[in-house]
Design a protein around this ligand. Structure first.
Ligand SMILES: Nc1ncnc2c1ncn2[C@@H]1O[C@H](COP(=O)(O)OP(=O)(O)OP(=O)(O)O)[C@@H](O)[C@H]1O
Ligand SMILES: [Mg+2]
Length: 328
């Protein structure tokens, strides 16, 4: 069995920035860590997704691609490698085009959750300031770009308490990001992250992680903004497993799985949920969650699960994908 870990070209070469340096470095480390694990069990190489990727995969006689490509360009970026691999009939880990496309688009995700009867925050899509005139939503409201990740565009001042500030913030975001801008009713409550692994009847959740922001300085609003992720890492507390009753745990896990299924995800994903008055509201799902050892939520969850661990999770992703293709 020959596996290729495939990752993006350098983001730094594409769009130089401080963030790009960090992303490149995180990708490089993840590839190294995943390769170290897979190399003990499979014949494993690492490749970069450039224009020649399909012919190189064929030349290397690859049986499975371990997909780590978020993509660099265009609305469909996260779905581009899966689409090429489908076309070339090459097996790969993780979600397919449809799952990634729904998950990256927060508006489509919320619409899918709603259609499936899964609790979500009330939401509205804003294409121009005129859309705010007949807005029927309670404050506070959180304003976010529709298809960014890693809290890009979700800043401390994205939490809005009145109409004037809402107009100002939406005008600013309409300049910066492609419409629509998404408005969510802000769910005041505990925040959980749920790792989901598997397909069909064999979907399971990893130990649930709670994100505790109570140690943040008083003046900061308590949500996972860009500022919190970037400058207050040491003030972010993760409880793993989260302190929950068996019934709460069960409800959160079941909701996460329903949400994962609603977006037609495959193999693995990471669901963000906030609980208010006992109701788990699904905020979004990451269809290609980070896997870096020592840093990612999935790494922490895997380590917290007796008998799994980080290596176990990486191998599980591969075996889950192989099973799906009937190669195991
Ligand atoms: N409706 C909401 N109610 C309360 N908090 C919210 C809501 N939407 C977003 N947040 C807060 O903002 C954070 C970032 O939002 P979200 O998860 O939608 O964005 P993201 O940037 O795609 O995240 P990721 O880094 O997981 O890709 C959440 O973790 C949560 O703390
Ligand atoms: Mg999130």
């Amino acid at each position: 069995m020959r596996i290729a870990i495939v990752t993006d070209r350098s983001r730094m070469d594409f769009l130089p920035s401080e963030e790009a340096i960090q992303e490149d470095e995180q990708k490089r480390r993840t590839v190294e860590q995943v390769q170290e694990i897979l190399a003990d069990h499979y014949d494993c190489i690492a490749l970069t997704a450039d224009d020649e990727i399909i012919s190189r995969l064929r030349a290397e006689k690859i049986d499975l691609v371990f997909n780590l490509c978020n993509g660099l360009r265009g609305d469909s970026k996260i779905a581009q490698l899966p689409a090429m691999l489908e076309f070339a009939n090459i097996a790969y880990s993780g979600s397919a085009v449809v799952g990634h496309t729904l998950a990256i688009n927060k508006l489509l995700s919320l619409q899918m959750f709603q259609a499936a009867g899964i609790p979500t925050p009330r939401f509205a899509a804003v294409y121009s300031l005129a859309d705010l005139d007949d807005l029927n939503m309670d404050f506070p409201i959180i304003v976010k770009p529709n298809d960014e990740g890693s809290s890009r565009g979700i800043h401390q001042d994205s939490l809005i308490f009145d109409r004037d500030s809402l107009r100002k913030k939406v005008a600013e975001e309409l300049e910066l990001y492609q419409p629509p801008i998404l408005l969510n009713e802000f769910i005041e409550g505990r925040e959980f992250t749920i790792g989901v692994v598997g397909n069909g009847d064999a979907i399971e959740v990893l130990p649930i992680q709670e994100l505790d922001l109570s140690a943040l300085p008083e003046e900061l609003s308590k949500f996972y903004s860009f500022e919190v992720k970037t400058y207050y890492k040491e003030k972010t507390i993760y409880h793993l497993p989260a302190s929950l009753t068996a019934a709460e745990q069960d409800l959160i896990a079941k909701t996460a799985i329903r949400a994962y299924q609603a977006l037609m995800l495959r193999d693995y994903g990471r669901v963000d949920i906030r609980v208010k008055d006992g109701i788990p509201y699904v905020l979004e799902i990451n269809s290609l969650p980070g896997l870096q050892k020592g840093r990612s939520s999935l790494w922490r969850m895997a380590e917290a699960k007796p008998g799994l661990g980080y290596a176990g999770l990486v191998l599980r992703i591969v075996s889950t994908a192989l099973k799906r293709y009937g190669k195991l």
